[in-house]
Design a protein around this ligand. Structure first.
Ligand code: AMP
Ligand code: GLY
Length: 434
């Protein structure tokens, strides 16, 4: 492909959550970008992009829209359309894209694929077995004597396909529900049963074009609904960056043993990965290991990583799509960021929404609001989902960023809201102990 030399580009972002809002706000700062469409976006981001009511999985309509509206560049953010081949189809129509093709997105789309890839290329990960029948899986579980063990549905399952079974009974229940009751549908036709690892978790998003691998600033997610990591798993209740567990030494080991080997392995398989490759890592007593790969930016990691990016995101994304990532600068501020998610009380189970969201600019200050579950009702913005929005602040230190994010979060309010009150607490504790 020839080098793109656009100005005033018309850009389409596929997806509709806080991650997409963070991407949109960042590319809006680029002198290369003119108009931005979000498909479907959400009502809370209507000031930053024109939202178009086309679902992120409706690939045919997405392609039709792109052609009809002379889209210069497409950014496909969520896992589903990537795994379904949105980038392949858009590229067939001549539209340059940021995001992996389907044959590379499989690194997230199939846990069996990713585990087998790591085994074949010696990339550190938990020991595992693959099962394609419930009988064999149950037989294996019944003969196991080390618990907990981890049971994973092969395919995409809205981030819920991982069960940590504390006992043999839990493991039997998990196998039955995934493989017999099909709680995750066809995603549970095959399962991975793996060793339970321990250690702090780190998320590292990276830009890669298959030739160059540029890790972004590291981050830490907070997945449980309750303070001190209690209660049900969620899509993520807050994030901080950088992650203090990701020291320079750990970063070096990861680059050498995990990041570059993964890029090279995908090339060797004829599945060059071009886009944002997300490494979910655990820093175990035996060194860093891969817990999961995602074929995309993480949510809510993106909401702390991109606000720290000083370089032009649009320029980087174009360079990745043209396989000349090494030509561009990717620079992060030497600062810290904290994102506090505000959800509807009751999430991740049932909750009431439809309440007006009010912003007080004098309290929000220079913090950024990234909308996820929000819709427009005339001039008003209403809560319309489990995770409603994220409030991100950056500051010279993590302690200041956390304080600033919580203070700013009082400037965006709605009825029936819920947030965790300890985002960043663990990271600050680790920093103090260093
Ligand atoms: P995943 O959807 O693969 O990220 O898994 C969700 C969460 O389950 C991870 O963030 C970890 O906290 C946990 N997890 C997954 N695999 C393992 C494992 N092998 N050992 C311990 N915890 C795990
Ligand atoms: N925060 C984890 C994810 O995006 O899957």
């Amino acid at each position: 492909m020839a080098e793109t030399n656009f100005k005033n580009m018309t850009v389409m972002v596929v997806g509709g959550g806080g991650r997409e809002h963070a991407i949109i706000k960042k590319i809006k700062q680029s002198p290369l970008v003119g108009k931005i469409y979000a498909l479907p976006g959400n009502g809370g981001m209507a000031n930053d992009a024109e939202c178009v009511a086309i679902g992120a999985k409706d690939i045919d309509k997405i392609c039709e829209f792109a052609v009809a509206n002379n889209i210069d560049f497409a950014i496909v953010a969520p896992d589903d359309p990537l795994v379904l081949g949105a980038v392949d189809k858009l590229e067939e129509k001549g539209i340059p894209c940021f995001g992996p093709r389907a044959n590379a997105a499989i690194i997230e789309g199939s846990k069996v694929f990713s585990k087998d890839l790591m085994k074949k290329y010696g990339i550190p990960t938990a020991e595992y077995e693959v099962f394609n029948s419930a009988e064999a899986a149950l037989e294996y579980v019944k003969n196991s004597d080390t618990f907990p063990i981890v049971i994973k549905a092969d395919g995409l399952a809205l981030g819920k396909g991982v069960i940590i079974a504390e006992t043999k009974e839990d493991a039997i229940d998990a196998v039955n529900s995934i493989m017999c009751d099909k709680v995750f549908g066809k995603s549970g036709d095959n399962i991975v049963i793996e060793e339970f690892l321990t250690g702090p978790e780190v998320s590292v998003l990276s830009f890669t074009d298959g030739k160059t691998m540029v890790p972004m600033v590291s981050s830490m997610d907070h997945k449980r609904i309750g303070d001190n990591d209690t209660g049900l798993n969620t899509g993520g209740m807050g994030t901080v960056a950088p992650n203090p567990c990701y020291t320079e030494d750990v970063a070096k080991v990861c680059m050498e043993k995990i990041f570059l080997p993964t890029m090279n392995a995908m090339n060797s398989e004829g599945r060059t990965f071009c886009g944002c490759l997300y490494f979910g890592l655990m820093i175990t007593p035996k060194g860093p290991k891969v817990i999961e790969y995602n074929c995309r930016f993480g949510d809510p990691e993106t909401q702390v990583v991109l606000p720290l990016l000083e370089s032009d995101l649009m320029e980087i994304m174009i360079a990745v799509s043209e396989k000349r990532l090494s030509d561009v600068e990717v620079k992060f501020a030497d600062r810290a960021a904290c994102c506090v998610i505000k959800a509807s009380n009751g999430y991740p189970q049932s909750y009431k929404s439809g309440f007006e969201i009010k912003e007080d600019a004098s309290v929000i200050g220079d913090a950024e609001i990234f909308y996820a579950g929000a819709k427009k009702d005339g001039e008003k913005t209403l809560s319309a989902g489990g995770r409603v929005l994220g409030v991100t602040a950056t500051a010279p230190t993590l302690a200041e960023a956390v304080k600033k994010a919580y203070a700013a979060s009082n400037g965006v309010t709605f009825e029936n809201e819920y947030k965790r009150n300890d985002i960043g607490k663990r990271a600050l504790g680790i920093l103090e102990s260093l």
